[in-house]
Ligand binder design. Sequence first.
Ligand code: ADP
Length: 449
Amino acid sequence: MFSKILIANRGEIALRIQRACREMGIKTVAVHSTADADAMHVRLADEAVCIGPPSSRDSYLNVAAILSAATITGAEAIHPGYGFLSENAEFAETVEEHGLAFIGPTAQHIRMMGDKITAKTTMRELGVPLVPGSDGALPDLQSAREVAERVGYPVLIKAAAGGGGRGMKVAKTADEIEEAWTVARTEARAAFGNDEVYLEKYLNRPRHIELQILGDAHGNVVHFGERDCSLQRRHQKLLEEAGSPALTDAEREEIGRTSTEALARMGYRNAGTLEFLYQDGQFCFIEMNTRLQVEHPVTEMVCSVDLVREQIRIAAGEKLGYTQKDIKMSGHAIECRINAENPETFAPSPGTVNVFHAPGGLGVRMDSALYAGYRIPPYYDSMIAKLIVHAPTRQEAIARMQRALDECVVDGVQTVIPLHRKILADPSFQKGDYTIHWLENFVAEQTKS
Ligand code: ADP
């Protein structure tokens, strides 16, 4: 097992990884920008190295500085967290070339899944069902029109290199296809330096359901059930649940079997998530994330597993040591992402947190790097905390989340807590009756009234 790990990230996820390391008796190295000198992940690490100025490009994405920090501190492995360098195949390769372990999948698998077209082709060959659409990249507008006619409008033009909901445009009818084609490609070129696009049928009322997978270096692959992440605004998740209120045990078992068999055939190693759209009892694969996800805690709560610990064990070459039948989902978990944003316009609200009180009690988990007096820097993501609850039933989990949100105090900046309260109180949400489009409509109605 490693004796020292460098964590190439910041905020709550850097803390989350430190906590797993500490429980495993592993020393931690934090890296930070000058803007994060007072951050909690720096204070709680065994060692900390400043790797550059505030801009992510010069600090948290600065590969040379991060590798130098690992070398001078004698770290043996690097955990990338999520975002930043976590899905950068070149980084994973460079880390390994320097004789360090990358806590994640192989560079080859990161690269393969990072290109959504290759990801879809690979999954199709492995027997995973897809959203109907183009077979690969669209060479020109004419072929976009042809595929759209074949699958039927509305359609979605998506960037091969897409991520974070960018480079995606809907064409409701044939009249809109040219504009969607041009806008998606322009956005993709600007955001990812790659204007390759593909086309999918735009599903009108799907749920976003994703499967948590772990594979070891010895060919064992298991899944930890699903998360329902349908509550999104601008294709960004806001509230997640495990399990999904829409899925039956038989459906879970079937998609779980298809997915783990596919990844075992790929030889996939470490943590990964297969994302699906689910409509009318059908699963359609949309993409795979080759890293730990923001919403991993809901899975941890229902499956009683420490996914970060498992990632570290796998990277150290250990066997999983259990099989699918040992994994049981128990109760229900919900996560609310607490972003420092205006709850109506979602404009970022950086500033100083004067008062901070984290909720507690039975079945409540707060993953956050906040403290009273903390100045939220304007340079990074606006998510400042994740509040997670676990209870025997979904109904009890909702009541527990409402109670926990009432206890939570974040004073000095605006947060999306008032929106979470409204969602949790809504009858449709309480019935579990929602799709990926539900939240946008809900927010629009709230601002009208
Ligand atoms: P990104 O990598 O940018 O997050 P995804 O392919 O994962 O892109 O899609 C993000 C979200 O966009 C999905 O969770 C879903 O809400 C919506 N979406 C993606 N593809 C489709 C589709 N074919 N039909 C309807 N909605 C879709």
